[in-house]
Write a protein that binds this ligand. Structure first.
Ligand code: BES
Ligand code: MN
Ligand code: ZN
Length: 492
């Protein structure tokens, strides 16, 4: 559960809390009114100690101190925001998340912001994101002793702007949507199978008044999504196709998000090596991002029709599994020769993208943990994205920057498309090993027709091996914040 976040009414220095967190800009610590008051209370030890340990308020710099009974809060944490004139939404969100993570065993926290004009929605987001934990499978002594239940937020003047409550609440709802994406990645694959994703989508639809359509294995076959069907045919956990719709009365555009929902990717008959195979529970990271976005959309209420589509399946080897050399007819009509059963994501997406294009949207955005090659190209923390439209690229770059998530544009190199020519069908579904993220994108492009389209290969950042800023260890919910910001830009 995320903590309740509200504006504090008391003086933060006399409010009782397990920890007092003070956010400070870098430099001039001695002129900071709250720090000066705290320094006096602590007999001059605070500023002197900050100097000793070289705490200057640099971005993400933290100073954790006991208050030795001189303050109501037994613990004081200073959190550096960096230079006042360089503060951005992403830095603010990140520092707050780091600070909240650092005091995670406190039950109650008082938080002091450095300035009146700080965006409280971003504050709400940062607190919720930093407080995230996935501990439901711990029992007995592994259970956390305490959890953060309440954060009171203080502005320097203690005078709240009129919309403060609403902004903090919206930030909390957005962080909850990211948490939903993180949870579904962190859940083990024996729990999150395709039907479990469909169940989650039904819950999201119910809570947010969205329309929902789910196709089961038979329905997928009857609809002609033979590529999606093929990927799922080797598993006892049957595939699902999920379609959520948010349709407000006033709408300027229609946007469709499509997520790869491989609840486990063993590689199929072209089975993956054992080391690292467990990470493939995160192969539904794209689906998680789309479901997280759809959970947030009714809080955001954009003047846009927003569709969320998930192609869910489990890629397993068994007697009925699809094989290399098989040929299937896609929903779009093109036939595809299977080369490697471990390149399953693009098959599921191909049919889902064709379905999306038939909705005649203004834009399709897909998110998929699609290729190891994207990790080789950009590392573990940055997504690769592709679009033929420069203006869309700039919009996505702006959205990612504000969200504090890394996305880097990659080229759709037509030459590499040569590798997708098949001797027996219209297309092979994999090309050369080199440029593997690009050929995957080129394969997907065959199924979107003329619809403006952004493809996001989130294979790296969907899962993190360490906590840093807004990112926890494990499932990250990567892309939810960027997609939210993208929607806001498209509805402006
Ligand atoms: N889900 C994987 C891609 C992946 C790898 C995601 C590592 C996250 C971390 C995808 O289905 C896959 O197996 N891709 C193959 C494609 C190849 C067989 C053409 C790959 O990248 O090796
Ligand atoms: Mn695979
Ligand atoms: Zn996969």
């Amino acid at each position: 559960m995320s903590p309740s976040v509200a504006l504090g009414s008391h003086d933060p220095l006399t409010e009782s809390a397990d920890a007092l967190v003070v956010c400070v800009f870098s430099g001039a610590l001695a002129e900071h009114p709250t720090l000066r008051a705290l320094d006096r209370t602590l007999g001059g030890a605070l500023l002197a100690h900050a100097k000793t340990v070289e705490f200057e308020g640099k971005p993400e710099q933290l100073l954790d101190l006991p208050t030795l009974g001189r303050l109501k809060a037994p613990r004081l944490l200073l959190a550096g925001l960096g230079a006042a004139d360089e503060i951005s939404p992403s830095r603010l969100r990140s520092v707050l998340a780091s600070a909240v993570r650092a005091v995670q065993n406190a039950k109650t926290v008082s938080l002091v912001l450095p300035r009146e004009d700080i965006d409280l929605r971003t504050v709400g987001e940062g607190i919720g994101l930093g407080a995230y934990r996935f501990d439901k499978y711990f029992t007995a002594e592994r259970r956390p002793k305490t959890t953060l239940t309440k954060v009171s937020v203080h502005l320097p003047s203690n005078k709240a702007p009129a919309d403060a409550k609403k902004a903090l609440a919206l930030g909390g709802e957005i962080s909850a949507a990211v948490a939903l994406a993180r949870d579904s990645v962190n859940e083990p694959p024996n729990v999150v199978n395709p039907e479990a994703l469909a169940k989650l989508a039904r819950e999201i639809a119910k809570d947010n008044q969205l329309r929902i359509k789910v196709l089961d294995k038979k329905g997928i076959l009857a609809a002609g999504m033979n590529l999606h069907y093929a990927v799922g045919q080797g598993s006892e956990n049957e595939p699902r196709f999920i379609h959520l719709t948010y349709a407000p009365r006033k709408k300027k555009k229609k946007i469709v998000f499509v997520g790869k929902g491989l609840t486990f990717d063993s590689g199929g008959l072209c089975i993956k090596p054992a080391p690292g195979m467990g990470d493939m529970k995160s192969d539904m990271g794209g689906a998680a991002a789309v479901l997280g976005l759809m959970a947030a959309v009714s809080s955001l209420r954009p003047e846009l029709e927003v569709h969320g589509i998930v192609g869910a399946a489990e890629n397993m080897p068994d007697g009925s599994a699809y094989r290399p050399a098989d040929v299937f007819k896609s929903l779009e009509g093109k036939t595809v020769e299977i080369i490697n059963t471990d390149a399953e994501g693009r098959l599921v997406l191909a049919d889902a993208l064709c379905y999306a294009a038939r909705l005649k949207p203004d834009l399709i955005v897909d998110a998929a943990t699609l290729t190891g090659a994207a990790l080789i190209a950009l590392g573990k923390t940055c997504s690769a994205f592709y679009t033929a439209t420069d203006e869309l690229a700039r919009t996505l770059e702006g959205a990612a920057r504000d969200a504090g998530e890394l996305f880097w544009r990659m080229p759709l190199l037509d030459e590499l498309g040569e590798g997708l020519k098949s001797d027996v069908a219209d297309l092979k579904h994999t090309g050369d090993r080199y440029g593997g993220s690009i050929t995957a994108a080129l394969f997907l492009r065959e199924f979107v027709g003329k619809t403006p389209w952004i493809h996001c290969d989130i294979a790296g950042p969907a899962l993190s091996d360490r906590a840093r800023g807004i990112v926890p260890k494990g499932g990250t919910g990567h892309a939810v914040l960027t997609f939210i910001n993208l929607l806001e830009r498209l509805s402006d």
